[in-house]
Write a protein of this length. Structure first.
Length: 150
């Protein structure tokens, strides 16, 4: 049973990455474009250049898209994790200590989810894996055609 679960681990990690990235993109799209209820729940957007909301929206949209695709996953997840740590400590923890009390549960969970992806990588089903396979195949073909030196 453990062996079967271990063999499915890259796919479970890939699906985790896709879901987290998609949810994060939704947050960014809501802030920047007013979709899905918008930044205020009434279809509103944040003003361009507003600190930190607009910048958070850009990180959520771009970083979430990269994580969703599995392209530059570790770097994008690192930036996303940092933005959520900032959101938690600057916007939420000033109100109360615990996430249940200060409304920062989603920021804390996103922070830790993205930090996990920094250390695990994209898993299966990502562009990172496709590019890695392609470069490995190219290197292998180049090695096969290399003349043997005496």
């Amino acid at each position: 049973m453990t062996a079967r679960l271990n063999s499915a681990q890259p796919y479970a990690l890939g699906l985790f990455r896709i879901v987290i990235g998609l949810l994060f993109v939704c947050h960014g799209a809501a802030k920047l474009f007013g979709v899905l209820g918008g930044a205020d729940g009434n279809g509103g957007t944040v003003d361009t250049g507003t600190w930190p909301s607009w910048y958070a929206g850009v990180i959520e949209l771009v970083g979430g898209s990269l994580v969703l695709l599995g392209l530059g996953t570790r770097a994008a997840a690192f930036i996303c994790s940092g933005s959520m740590a900032y959101a938690y400590f600057k916007m939420h923890q000033t109100n109360a200590l615990w996430p249940m009390e200060n409304g920062g549960e989603s920021a804390a969970m996103y922070c830790w989810a993205f930090l996990l992806l920094v250390f695990t990588g994209s898993g299966a089903l990502g562009v990172d894996q496709l590019l890695a396979k392609r470069s490995t195949a190219t290197e292998k073909r180049a090695a096969e055609h290399r003349p043997v030196a005496a």
